[in-house]
Structures are given as structure tokens and as C-alpha cells.
Design a protein around this ligand. Structure first.
Ligand code: 76R
Length: 277
């Protein structure tokens, strides 16, 4: 099809796959009581296959966790460029023998992105200068150089994340509010950027204890972002969420949805835990 101005020539072919970054799905199931005599052995095998991250056709990322509390029993976090590859995991679960006993309790749809507040190398340098560095200072030059080397890797981790090998994970959705008294979306970029820089400074203190992935969901789900945290130990989750509540960006502008805390393990161990033997 020809469009006026030949605009179609410059566009890539239409696709449901992400051109940059991955689709992301968090999904939570509640396990219903199994009737006596239910053939769990076979059902277990089906789920072991469907939720094996190494199998052919598995999404790029497939993480299983066991959820604390009544909100859910089993949690999945899936990422792939192809949304249907992610969805086919759900369909395999739905049509498995255990499907009728696994009630979908919550889901959250999002995509990975590099936030507009991640400073470019130039913005990073300007920030250092505003904080008092001098252009000819070797420490300033070394910092800018180090950031320039780090940035491509950091952006790759934001778009195509490797999940840390840590046992505790927490998920919650969040918004930036649009109250007449505190409307994030009416603040100029420079103010938002300043608040996000403060947020980053407070977050960096948790390096080595907590790892975070912020996925964007505006247009994909009812909240604007999904926050996934992984921690080396559970108390760090409480500590980071509490600490960041005091960042101006959260204290003044953030609203949060339900929290899901869960423990990462392979599906075999999760099924043992859920007494599907
Ligand atoms: O390198 C950089 O400067 C990146 C800085 C950075 C950005 C752009 C950053 C750092 N975050 C960014 C974006 Mn974050 N983050 C959250 C939450 O519970 C709360 O109060 C809020 C939930 C946590 C816990 C957290 C942790 N961050 C965002 C955005 C997107 C904004 C947009 O694009 O409009 C949201 C919604 C958000 C929320 N953040 C960090 C952390 C931590 C621990 C860091 C520092 C560590 C790091 O840079 O890897």
C-alpha cells in the first residue's frame, strides 16, 4: 500500500514482536484443592515441561516462584520479544491436567524499556559539572569515561535483563499520580529529571542487596509501571521499599497497587512445596 509522502517505505513491517526490548508478563495462580485420587504424577510432568526454562520454544525468561499469603500460590515471570510465546505458556498451563485447579489470581502486562530519565553520557557529565566538578579534573574525566563504558551494559540489562540468582522476589504495580496538587505529568522535564536523579541516588545504596527491573505498562495494563525487585534476603525488600517512600518522586507522586512477595525456585521444587507430587 502506498501512502502519501511514501511514509510506508520508512516503517518496518508490522509486527507484534518487540523491535527493541521484551514483552513481560507477571502471572499468579491460586491452586485449588485436588480431589482425592487426582493423578498428580502426570499433571506434574506436564507442568515440569511447560515451565522448564530450558525447553525448546520456552520464552527468553521464565521464572517460577512460590507466593506467600492467600493472594496466590504460584507466581510466574515471563519475558520474550514475542507476546504469543509468552501467552502459549499460559495456554499450556490452562490445557494441562492441572489447568482446572489453577485459578488465575492476578496478571500484569508490561514491556521493558530504557527510561527517559536514564542520563545520556552528556547529561551525566553536565550533572557532575553542576555538582561542582571541573572539566579538566582527571576524576571528572574518569567518571564520565566509566559511565560511557557502563551505559551500554546497563541499558542491555534494562531491555533484556538477566534475572539475578536470588531467592526473594517482590512485584508491585505503580503510578505517578495526577492530582491537581501533585501532578507528575504537569511538571517540566527538568524537575522530573532532578527528582529521578535523587531517586537513583537513594536506590544505588542497595547495590548488591537488591536488584530492580522497572517495566513500562502505560497502554498495556491498569498501572503505569511494574516494579520487580529481587533481594539477597527478605528484609532488604522491606528496607528498599520503605526507604524509597521518602524519595520526593515517591513521597509526593507515587501510588502503589498490590504487593506480591514470593520465593524463586525451579518448578519441580515449587510443585513439591505445593504438594503436587
Ligand atoms: O542509571 C540511572 O541513573 C538509572 C536511574 C533510575 C531510573 C531512571 C532508577 C534507579 N530508577 C529509574 C526509573 Mn527506579 N525504582 C522504582 C521503585 O517503591 C517505590 O518507591 C518506587 C518503586 C523502586 C524500588 C526503584 C528502585 N524507577 C524508575 C521508574 C520509571 C520512571 C519513568 O521512566 O518515568 C520507576 C517507576 C521507578 C521506580 N531505581 C533505581 C531503584 C533502584 C534500586 C535504583 C538504583 C539502582 C540502579 O540504578 O540500578
Amino acid at each position: 500500500m502506498n501512502r502519501p509522502g511514501g511514509a510506508s517505505e520508512s516503517l518496518a513491517a508490522p509486527t507484534a514482536n518487540m523491535t527493541e526490548g521484551w514483552h513481560c508478563l507477571h502471572v499468579y495462580y491460586r491452586l485449588h484443592p485436588l480431589a482425592p485420587g487426582f493423578p498428580t504424577g502426570q499433571a506434574r510432568e506436564e507442568l515440569l515441561t511447560a515451565l522448564d526454562p530450558q525447553r525448546d520454544g520456552a520464552p527468553q525468561r521464565l521464572q517460577v516462584s512460590v507466593v506467600s499469603g492467600h493472594r496466590a500460590d504460584l507466581g510466574l515471570m515471563l519475558m520474550d520479544p514475542d507476546p504469543l510465546k509468552i501467552d502459549s505458556v499460559l495456554q499450556s498451563i490452562r490445557t494441562s491436567s492441572l489447568g482446572p485447579f489453577l485459578e488465575p489470581a492476578y496478571s500484569f502486562v508490561s514491556i521493558s524499556e530504557v527510561s527517559e530519565y536514564v542520563p545520556t553520557v552528556e547529561q551525566y557529565g553536565e550533572r557532575l559539572l553542576r555538582e561542582g566538578a571541573a572539566t579538566d579534573d582527571p576524576a571528572y574525566l574518569a567518571k564520565v569515561k566509566a559511565y560511557e563504558q557502563r551505559l551500554p551494559m546497563m541499558n542491555k540489562q534494562r531491555l533484556y535483563p538477566d534475572f539475578p540468582d536470588w531467592p526473594v522476589t517482590c512485584f508491585y504495580p505503580m503510578n505517578k499520580i495526577r492530582d491537581p496538587q501533585a501532578n507528575w505529568y504537569r511538571e517540566p522535564f527538568s524537575s522530573r529529571s532532578k527528582l529521578m536523579a535523587e531517586h537513583a541516588t537513594s536506590g544505588i545504596k542497595f547495590a548488591g542487596r537488591v536488584s530492580q527491573l522497572i517495566t513500562a505498562s502505560t497502554g498495556f495494563d491498569d498501572w503505569e509501571w511494574g516494579v520487580t525487585l529481587w533481594a539477597r534476603a527478605p528484609e532488604y525488600i522491606k528496607e528498599i521499599v520503605y526507604t524509597m517512600r521518602f524519595d520526593e518522586a515517591s513521597a509526593r507522586y507515587a501510588a502503589f497497587g498490590p504487593f506480591y512477595i514470593s520465593y524463586v525456585m525451579p518448578i519441580a521444587q515449587a510443585l513439591d512445596h505445593l504438594r503436587v507430587s
